[in-house]
Design a protein around this ligand. Structure first.
Ligand code: AN7
Length: 368
């Protein structure tokens, strides 16, 4: 039975998804693992590809738009895809501690998988710039959290040096196993659509994910699982857009703290993905990010974090260029629950407070 048939069988038999084994088992033949690799998994992957008609309607011309909702992974972001691989490979060689710098999601995923594997997890974060949900996760998952007076880029410099000097394995996306795991998201998109989309819209921070998707699309294409390759459309926040402007940003700033990164480590690979796919990079303002964030939440029932909404904001900004009848996939990299402060401060909800506790008052507010 081919891998694809095997996957389909998994998806249509028995209680829904009950036997999804996690992405290493599902895509074992495509990943650098062997029988000697102890698989550390939280059964990540197999996230849904959801149509978003309200976004498609804004573009018109028969364009179909889906979101790849990777915020439904076990720790709430796409980082789990890379971390199951990085931690499994670290465990394979007897590693006892891992370290990462993080704007939040990597730290949550590293902590969860490392602790599950019985390792210590050290995470360096920019003090005051990590969303509450992510910080809560790192603490609950048992990481040793070091908040520095400095931004993500500085934290990454430090952990790279630490990994050279001390017995700790670096699990940022400079670790090649991370991207290997993350490329499976592209496999899932093709498995779901039967072909690659015309456009793949994705937020960029360190640009590991765009690199991994491009790798995955190319591998499936070369194996004949897709007839086409997508254009890779990468988006950054205007206050933190080093790839868009081909520069380094000393003091990046955006409401989308996940992608508050001024000097992306995967810069060259991201540029190669853009070149190779005839893609494009563009920046979106915080206001545009929040508009897309509210549209997804309020019209589609899909709650993502602001960094993730950059993919939809970017698509809407470039909508005039989408070919008629095209299929577009926007990657929603993280769950909205990660950043409750952003949600509370950016919504158009009717939130009535301090009401008298009786039916009359409630009915009056309801307009009855
Ligand atoms: C929700 O957690 O860099 O371009 O330290 O959390 O692969 O870096 C997070 C990045 C997009 C950007 N969306 O991905 C970290 C971190 C969300 C993210 C990105 C991140 P890359």
């Amino acid at each position: 039975m081919s891998l694809l048939q095997n996957l389909r069988r998994r998806l249509i038999t028995g209680p829904v998804m009950q036997d999804w084994p996690g992405l290493i088992e599902a895509y074992r033949g495509w990943l650098p693992v062997s029988d000697a690799t102890p698989v550390v998994t939280l059964h990540e992957g197999a996230t849904p590809l959801i149509p978003v008609p309200s976004v498609a309607e804004r573009i018109g011309r028969g364009v179909k738009v889906y979101v790849k909702y990777d915020g439904l992974n076990p720790t709430g972001s796409f980082k789990d895809r890379g971390m199951t691989m990085a931690i499994s490979k670290a465990k394979e060689v007897g590693c006892e501690a891992v370290i990462c710098a993080s704007t939040g999601n990597t730290s949550a995923a590293a902590a969860a998988y490392a602790r599950r594997a019985g390792m210590r997890a050290f995470v360096l974060i920019p003090d005051g710039y990590v969303a509450q949900g992510k910080l809560a996760q790192a603490l609950v998952y048992g990481a040793e959290v070091l908040a520095i007076r400095g931004n993500f880029d500085r934290a990454l410099d430090i952990v790279r040096e630490a990994a050279e000097s001390y017995p700790v394995t670096l699990v940022n996306s400079v670790n090649p196993y991370r991207l290997q795991g993350q490329k499976t998201a592209a496999f899932e998109v093709i498995d779901a659509l039967g072909n690659a989309p015309d456009w793949l819209c994705i937020p960029m921070g360190n640009a590991g994910n765009i690199t991994a998707y491009w790798m995955g699309f190319q591998e499936y294409y070369q194996a004949g699982h897709s007839r086409t390759l997508p254009r890779m459309m990468g988006f950054q926040a205007s206050g933190s857009a080093p790839l868009v402007h081909n520069t380094t940003v000393e003091d990046p700033n955006t409401i989308a703290t996940a992608i508050r990164i001024g000097n992306p480590v995967n810069r060259d690979k991201a540029l190669a993905a853009r070149e190779g796919s005839n893609g494009a990079f563009l920046d979106v303002t915080d206001a545009e990010i929040i508009e897309a964030y509210k549209l997804l939440g309020g019209q589609e029932g899909i709650f993502c974090e602001p960094a993730s909404a950059a993919s939809v904001a970017g698509l809407l900004k470039r909508s005039a260029e989408v070919p008629e009848g095209a299929t577009v996939v926007c990657v929603l990299t993280g769950n909205g629950l990660k950043d409750p402060d952003c949600a509370i401060n950016n919504n158009d909800a009717a939130f009535h407070t301090d009401l008298d506790p009786n039916l009359e008052t409630v009915a009056k507010v309801m307009g009855f």
